[in-house]
Ligand binder design. Structure first.
Ligand SMILES: Nc1ncnc2c1ncn2[C@@H]1O[C@H](COP(=O)(O)OP(=O)(O)OP(=O)(O)O)[C@@H](O)[C@H]1O
Ligand SMILES: [Mg+2]
Length: 231
């Protein structure tokens, strides 16, 4: 379970401090599908980077599986991150010189999984996202939706409990976005993954079981599926 209590984040920019997150309280249950919406610059990615242990809050507590991880050092955070969290980003961030298969294998090689085993696990993951037939292609020879499926396979290959997706459909057309969204929903339903997904697209947000809105670094609104008038 993810629990944030009074999380703030202040940046120092040219000698002046600027507070981007103002005391965020948030609970995400295991196996939940949470959407995060809000205007550009409101602090969504800043919040997600803290949840993903890529960044530390300035103040506040962050409990991940009951351990306060807010102020752990870099080494400890990267160990937990590697074990618990898979990231998916808008721009995919696949390494251009590596094939789809090699990209998926990367998190396993960081963990020291032997190459033959890593290959086998990565091929299975590519099959799951229906990309095994493009395993030998470089990212430049894949469409946007295909690249995102490979990036999702890479996020999942280490079997993380939590998937954090920062505008994963932001660079995709609406049909491909829906395919990617269906894949996330399947992972949550069939594998009980916890998914936290940032989006600008209300059609995507409405498919999350619950979504929250960030405005000027504060949570301003919370909507659950049952609350929506047209459902
Ligand atoms: N490393 C940093 N140093 C200083 N300011 C930063 C840093 N990262 C983000 N900010 C500022 O924090 C604010 C929130 O940024 P953030 O990336 O969280 O917004 P966002 O809600 O994800 O926006 P978008 O929808 O455009 O991705 C912005 O004003 C941004 O300029
Ligand atoms: Mg952002």
């Amino acid at each position: 379970m993810i629990e944030l209590k009074g999380i703030t984040r202040t940046y120092m920019i040219g000698g002046t401090s600027q507070t981007i997150l103002h005391g965020i309280d948030l609970k995400v249950e295991d196996g939940e599908f949470l959407g995060i919406i809000g205007p550009s610059g409101s602090g969504k990615s800043t919040l997600m980077n803290i949840i993903g242990l890529l960044d530390r809050p300035t103040t506040g507590q962050y409990f991940l599986q009951d351990e306060d991880v807010a102020q752990l050092d870099d080494d400890r955070r990267s160990i937990i991150r590697n074990q618990f969290i898979g990231f998916v980003f808008q721009m995919f961030f696949l390494l251009p010189r590596l094939t789809a298969l090699e990209n998926v294998m990367l998190p396993l090689s960081y963990r020291g999984v032997p190459e033959a085993k890593a290959k086998e696990m990565s091929m299975q993951m590519l099959e799951r996202v229906e990309m095994a037939y493009r395993a030998d292609h470089k990212p430049s020879a894949l469409s946007g939706g295909q690249q995102q499926r490979v990036a999702i396979a890479r996020a999942l290959v280490g079997d993380p409990k939590v998937i954090l997706a920062d505008e994963p459909t932001g660079a995709l057309d609406s049909k491909t976005s829906q395919d990617v969204m269906n894949l996330f929903m399947k992972l949550q339903q069939e594998e009980k993954k916890t998914v936290v997904l940032i989006t600008h697209d209300m059609k995507i947000a409405d498919q999350c079981k619950r979504h929250i809105e960030v405005q000027d670094g504060r949570l301003v609104q919370e909507t659950s599926v049952g609350d929506q008038p047209n459902r």
